[in-house]
Design a protein around this ligand. Sequence first.
Ligand code: NAP
Length: 220
Amino acid sequence: MKKAIITGGSSGLGHEIVLKLLEKSVKVINLSRTPSKLDVINIKTNLNKDEDIIKAINTIKKNHQDIDLLILNSGMMRRRFISETTLNEVNEQFAVNVTGAIKLVESLINLIKKNKGDIVIIGSTSSFKTAPEHSIYSSAKHALLSYIESLQLELKKEDVRIIGFHPGGFKSKFHIKAKSDLKQEDLMDPQYLAQLIITALELPRNMQISKIIVDRKKHT
Ligand SMILES: NC(=O)c1ccc[n+]([C@@H]2O[C@H](COP(=O)([O-])OP(=O)(O)OC[C@H]3O[C@@H](n4cnc5c(N)ncnc54)[C@H](OP(=O)(O)O)[C@@H]3O)[C@@H](O)[C@H]2O)c1
């Protein structure tokens, strides 16, 4: 790991992953709307805006040809019953959780292949199940799971590892922003999740952990 791009490194799990990468002297480029306060290069990017994604891709291709790790972590949820969801909210949740990630992979995959790098994609246990008021978030994470599996199939013979990481509820601003009724004290600590991702990345290159599912033990 020499140079990583992460989406959503400004907060939550992304912030914890960035801390661990910096400890290992990895150079980090963060794509999010608000900058990370850590020692990274920030490229202000709203994944719900195509013009931002195109600008970010152009900057990466111009200045960061040596990237060998892409971590697609940005995500957000709006809790709504089906009849309450607006079209803008559908577009936003798909853009941030799935199509933004897909657009970055499609544009950067040749660089990652050339540099024999890795891609980590943060799904969720919502990639496998759903709940009332989670329809769009859960649909987006299911779509992301399918994209992860497609990448793993198509890149089977390439020296590129694709790690799908699917956590259950953990402490971050995510649940506060989503107005979830989960209590922070019942949620997992994201630094342990970040450590699992680093451990998977540090395994020998002939080992790919394709799917990591981490459940909370206390379900409320
Ligand atoms: N927390 C949980 O319980 C939980 C459970 C399962 C899966 N996950 C997944 O874990 C990942 C990280 O979530 P978290 O819990 O760490 O949440 P968080 O603390 O709210 O962080 C979310 C990150 O996504 C970025 N983001 C949100 N909207 C964006 C946009 N329009 N454009 C670009 N970036 C955007 C945010 O950056 P800016 O606001 O600065 O743009 C932030 O850095 C997400 O994919 C989430 O779906 C979370």
